[in-house]
Design a protein. Structure first.
Length: 703
């Protein structure tokens, strides 16, 4: 079969647009270890369990609540006075725990809103509110920024409105089918379905002059239930802020891709970067959007485009017209990470990194003071254990990242600065973004499957007293719980997809409509999300025990046979949906060879530690652990994905038109979508090479 013909069949099957895949074959339930922990001898397992129990019992929901209430009293937007106040409070508390927090600063290119104005100019004139209607006594009310999208350009634009549903590629294609052009128009789209930064990017490619993004009540407002303050859903004046920096091309400082934003670092001219949005874009509430949408005519919007507002939605253009007048200042400003290290004794150069972003859009009690408060509690308890004589075998790093909300700034700059060390020595990155909620979920690389299953069996689910694992199984549609895939949208991105560090993102979520609004505050968390901070504490226990398990294991509990099975399944799914089998045959065979080599390595490791490691076997153990460290790095191709070379992982990247959701086998998928035979050949060569490198790494210890 001709490659191009096969590719067209593949595209017709719609695979490239699909980010999901069945995990039944690869994410199987871990065997229950009744006596020893995976990666530990029997004797060491007993010792490890003792310290995990001690850690778990010392975690205090009350302390987490105190941290959270204190830090969410005041907005902590990057670059603000409140952000610095929150930083100083965290440093003080970490020092009280006997730790030595260090502040690491980077000078990054930031936007700051000076004036945001949105006016309906036809068929009638109306100035739209760009701020929530907060009570006069709301704390630090004057420090809350109006609704705005970070990295939007300044500018004044006016035009007829066109409604574009969620602003996805298929939505713009539907407009074209309906004969509705967005050229020179202001596009209005609702939040959801993809990363907000994709929406203006796609609109700009089609000639739009500007964009408005609003939260529709069907998605997180009154159509879901009672709105705040009577319930957890978004009220009519609530505005969802957020960055529109195209993190799916690269995150971090847009002027220093791939390099840390330190003094003396060469920077791009803002006019020369392709990673800054090009059309004025700003968010509004559905309470204000209703006046615009109700004034629109033109074709009736498709049935599945109709939202929750009580009238028919029309596509436009017009007769409603809107004027955006955005005055946004750009300059270099510091982002300030805070880093705590608990040094290891046996392998001090190896590290497990726990990270949570500490910046917020407004008060941020949920996003992400919940994560940072829980990470601080991990640090406090480990600091206490350290003072009492406990020492981890490997170094544990706990980091509070700044500037995540603007585009993963602090974590990306730190990971770029530390790239060489992380690539050589980092065991894992554990991300804590919004762990305070009622329902557990996790995204991770497949090699972390068994250790996640094991640790979730050790921590209690506060809602019902079961283990988190049991509750997770009960809520699963399949026989075993699903571990999701890592795309982007949080601070694991630079660790996994730029540096090849195995990553885990644990969350507890309660459905709500507070996201990025001024109603993400202590009151909403304590009444609707996690009233007693019990799930905050559960998140701290899970991440803390994971870190302890990885830090102290004789053999790192990383299972690459599961990873290789997963890759084979992804490739076979591609073939089933029309990808040319003859082109993918080499990669499929390479994935099978990796499975076999990884299983041999895992069996050798288990046999080695079964009865404890003798002094003569210690060197062999070190080589096994080095091989386990290296295999994720083998999946990195330094040239990067051709369309966005900052992303170097051959298995995982965010989707170009989704922004958040994972696109498995990204270089291969994009080459198939393009239909370019040379790109496809390059992508398959790189994937095969990565899989073979991983196989060689595993075999280097077993041969």
């Amino acid at each position: 079969m001709h490659v191009r013909k096969a590719v067209m069949g593949f595209l017709a099957a719609g695979l490239v647009a699909t980010t999901g895949f069945s995990t039944h074959a690869s994410f199987v339930q871990a065997k229950v270890e009744t006596d020893s922990l995976k990666g530990f001898s029997m004797e060491r397992s007993q010792w490890q369990r003792k310290f995990e129990k001690k850690f778990s019992e010392a975690v205090s929901k009350n302390t987490i609540g105190e941290y959270s209430r204190t830090m969410s009293k005041r907005p902590s937007l990057v670059g603000s006075k409140g952000n610095i106040a929150s930083l100083m409070y965290a440093v003080k508390e970490l020092k009280k725990a006997g730790l030595n927090p260090q502040i690491r600063s980077y000078d990054v290119y930031l936007s700051t809103p000076k004036n945001i104005s949105v006016t309906q100019t036809a068929p009638e004139k109306r100035e739209l509110n760009v701020m929530e209607d907060l009570p006069e006594d709301a704390p630090f009310k004057n420090e809350i920024v109006p609704g705005y999208n970070a990295y939007s350009p300044s500018g004044t634009v006016e035009g007829e409105l066109v409604y574009a549903n969620y602003g996805r590629p298929e939505d713009f294609e539907e407009l074209e089918r309906q004969g509705v052009s967005v050229e020179g128009k202001i596009v209005i789209a609702r939040y959801g379905a993809n990363f907000r930064g994709v929406k203006p990017d796609l609109a700009a490619q089609r000639g739009a002059a500007g964009m408005l993004i609003y939260s529709d009540p069907e998605d997180d407002g009154y159509k879901k239930g009672e709105v705040y303050p009577n319930g957890p859903w978004r009220p009519s004046d609530s505005i969802q802020r957020g960055s529109i920096l195209p993190i799916y091309r690269y995150p971090g400082d847009p002027l220093t891709p791939g390099a840390p934003s330190l003094p003396g670092q060469k920077r791009l001219d803002p006019k020369d970067t392709e990673n800054l949005p090009t059309i004025p874009t700003t968010p509004i509430s559905y309470g204000e959007a209703q006046y615009l949408l109700k004034s629109m005519k033109g074709p009736l919007a498709p049935k599945d485009w109709q939202g929750g507002l009580p009238f028919d939605y029309h596509l436009g253009p017009g007769p409603a017209k809107t004027k955006l007048d955005l005055d946004i200042e750009y300059d270099q400003q510091p982002v300030n990470d805070v880093i705590v290290k608990i040094p290891g004794t046996k392998y001090p150069e190896q590290s497990i990194v726990i990270g949570a972003h500490r910046d917020t859009w407004t008060y941020g009690a949920r996003d992400n003071t919940s994560g940072w408060s829980s990470a601080m509690e991990i640090a406090r308890v480990m600091g206490k254990m350290y003072k009492e004589g406990w020492r981890p075998d490997r170094t544990i790093i706990i980091a509070g990242w700044d500037g995540e909300e603007y585009g993963l700034l602090g974590s990306t700059e730190w990971a770029e600065e530390k790239r060489a060390k992380l690539k050589q020595h980092a065991v894992a990155y554990l991300n804590m973004d919004g762990p305070g909620g009622k329902f557990f979920s996790v995204q991770a690389v497949p090699s972390m499957r068994d250790v996640i299953y094991s640790v979730t069996k050790e921590v209690t689910e506060p809602r019902n007293g079961k283990s988190i694992y049991e509750d997770w199984v009960d809520r699963s549609d399949e026989e075993e719980p699903t571990i999701g895939k890592l795309g982007s949208g949080s601070d694991y991105t630079a660790f996994l997809q730029h540096n090849g560090v195995p990553s885990i993102n644990i969350r507890f979520t309660t459905p709500n409509g507070f996201y990025h609004s001024a109603y993400d505050n202590t009151d909403s968390v304590e009444r609707f999300i996690d009233p007693n901070y019990e799930h905050h504490a559960a998140g701290a226990r899970l991440n803390g025990i994971l870190a302890l398990r990885l830090a102290n294991a004789d053999v790192l509990p990383i299972q690459y046979s599961a990873y290789a099975e997963n890759v084979e399944k992804l490739l076979l799914d591609m073939v089933e949906k029309g990808a040319p089998k003859e082109v993918l045959k080499g990669s499929i065979e390479a994935s099978k060879e990796w499975q076999e080599a990884a299983r041999d390595l895992e069996e050798k490791a288990a046999s080695l530690i079964q009865d404890g490691v003798t002094p003569a076997e210690k060197k062999q153990l070190e080589w096994i652990n080095k091989a386990l460290l290296k295999q994720e790095r083998d999946l990195i191709q330094e040239e990067g994905i051709p369309s966005r070379p900052w992303y170097k992982h051959q298995i995982w990247a965010p989707g170009l038109t989704t922004g958040y959701a994972a696109q498995p086998l990204p270089a291969l998928g994009e080459a198939l979508e393009s239909g370019d035979e040379k790109s496809l050949e390059q992508a398959t060569d790189w994937l095969e090479a990565s899989l073979k490198h991983a196989t060689e790494t595993a075999e280097s210890v077993t041969r």
